[in-house]
Design a protein around this ligand. Sequence first.
Ligand code: CDP
Ligand code: CDP
Length: 212
Amino acid sequence: MSAPMVIAIDGPAASGKGTLAKRLAEHYGLPHLDTGLLYRAVARSMLDAGLSLDDESAAARAAASLIADKLADPRLRERAMGEAASRISAVPAVRSALLAWQQRFAANAVGAVLDGRDIGTVVCPHARVKLFITASAEERARRRHRELTLRGEETIFAAILADIEARDARDASRATAPLRAAEDATVLDTTELDPDEAFAAAKQVVDGARAH
Ligand code: CDP
Ligand code: CDP
């Protein structure tokens, strides 16, 4: 049997990593985990319990007791939850509680596709393929704005752009597992690419790795 195909996909908010991860998983017949959902679910469960997002020990407890069926909640996709997730994701005890979960998922016999911020650097440092997906902040804000509008959430472009810039800064500057490309990652700038073109470019990288 060939070695498991673990594909690690990282990048900033609305870079298209989730869309790409889903398509790669379908194409190669691999399970997919959107790891941002774990952080969103921890934040959601704290807010539902009336807890402050600044309470680090409550955040650690919420992460340790997270159960899989919480991940299907459609409210996790709301704009405010990205921000809330980013806040609690800087707590080291939250990250370590979610690390084991993600690594169990990645240990699947055939392999897996995981997307997030620290997959290539921390969760799966030995992944066969590492992609770092990026795009300009303006283009990412346009994508997120379009998406939220289609979903019926009323939003202002300038507010989304400010949101994305603040989140990039927080995610890249935290002490534990900051957002950054692994040294051996292939960086894919999708500012000028549509989802099909991004998929074609990523597929080339994966097929290249499979041939070795
Ligand atoms: O889809 P979007 O990029 O807007 O957000 P997400 O991937 O759902 O992640 C929400 C937040 O969770 C991010 O801003 C990060 O702070 C955090 N996160 C993380 O720290 N590590 C991951 N592997 C995934 C998400
Ligand atoms: O997971 P992440 O937050 O990085 O982004 P996403 O949830 O995949 O959302 C990206 C949005 O931009 C989706 O609406 C895609 O249709 C669109 N898009 C893309 O994913 N890739 C491109 N190259 C261009 C647009």
